[in-house]
Design a protein around this ligand. Structure first.
Ligand code: NAP
Length: 276
């Protein structure tokens, strides 16, 4: 039987409408600042989508575009100025940054009070010790999609393929905090299929088109495809959707799965920070 598709677009719409309702109780407008360095086309598209989402929920949003050849210090100064702004509640520095700039140093410069993507050491540390915090947008969106299945996370074996600070590592911790048994796979893992075949929940965050094939998936598993890969002008995930959907219990599509949720969580986190 074919897997049930976890529709991220529809869930994100529902979340935005809840945010609009919550906004009515606020006496001020939440503000999100996005900083882009250079003109990477994919980043430009992602930022446009984020701005459009902000418009949909009547948030203030602004984009600060800086040239590729700026120094690290100029970028830190920009973030520091945004940290001091009363009308800006969330700051997002769009990754990737040019090679000359150390991404972690820039993340460190964001005030934890405005850390809308939950990536500062304080936010990630709080997540690690399971304390209430702003959690990274993509992993939080992944949890929402898993919750859509109505199946408990507790006691399940979750396998994360990928261990980046942005996606793989935090989503594994979030699943662990919900009492799943978590295994990480990465580029040095041997016999990955032997591990993934035992996953009740399989999160693919590898960045390799159609890396996860049907023979790597346990029948009935929940498969979350985080990957966004451009192949012949098409977007392809990290999961071979056509064949895996015939064996999985639930699966997210690309596009229309994790992507819309990541953006919805950005709005939710902005609102949370504004409420602080
Ligand atoms: P990343 O930083 O490049 O991390 C990729 C991870 O995959 C690393 O941990 C790497 O292992 C692992 N990996 C690479 N090759 C592997 C292999 N052959 N076997 C097993 N593991 C392997 O990427 P990311 O930022 O986590 O993003 C992953 C994907 O998600 C990308 O396609 C990205 O575009 C997409 N993404 C989507 C969203 C969204 O909203 N939908 C958000 C963020 C990212 P090592 O650690 O050993 O190098």
């Amino acid at each position: 039987m074919s897997a049930e598709i976890l529709n991220g677009t529809r869930l994100a719409q529902r979340i935005r409408s809840q945010i609009r309702k919550k906004l009515k109780k606020l006496s001020f407008t939440p503000g999100l600042a996005v900083v882009q360095v250079g003109d990477d086309p994919a980043s430009t598209i992602y930022i446009k989508h984020k701005q459009r989402d902000c418009e949909k929920v009547h948030f203030h949003s602004e984009v600060h575009r800086l040239p590729t050849d700026i120094t690290q210090q100029t970028l830190i100064d920009k973030v520091t100025k945004l940290n001091a702004r009363q009308d800006i509640h969330g700051i997002l520095v769009q990754m990737p940054l040019p090679d000359e700039i150390d991404e972690q140093t820039i993340i460190d410069a964001i005030s934890p009070d405005k850390d809308v993507d939950g990536l500062t050491p304080l936010s990630l540390g709080n997540l690690f010790i399971n304390r209430e915090t702003i959690t990274p947008c993509t992993p939080t969106g992944i949890i929402r999609l898993i919750e859509l299945t109505d199946e408990p996370i507790e006691g399940k074996h979750a396998v994360c393929v990928g261990r980046s600070h942005l996606v793989g590592k935090p989503v594994g911790v979030m699943l662990l905090n919900r009492n799943a048994t978590v295994t990480y796979c990465h580029s040095r893992t041997q016999n990955i299929a032997e591990v993934t075949k035992h996953a009740d929940i399989l999160v693919a965050a590898v960045g390799k088109p159609e890396f996860i094939t049907a023979d790597m998936v346990k029948p009935g598993a929940t498969v979350i495809d985080v990957g966004i890969n451009s192949v012949d002008d098409h977007l392809v995930g990290d999961v071979k959707f056509k064949e895996v959907k015939e064996i999985a219990g639930f699966i997210t599509p690309v596009p229309g799965g994790v992507g819309p949720l990541t953006r919805a969580m950005l709005l939710e986190n902005t609102l949370k920070l504004a409420n602080r």
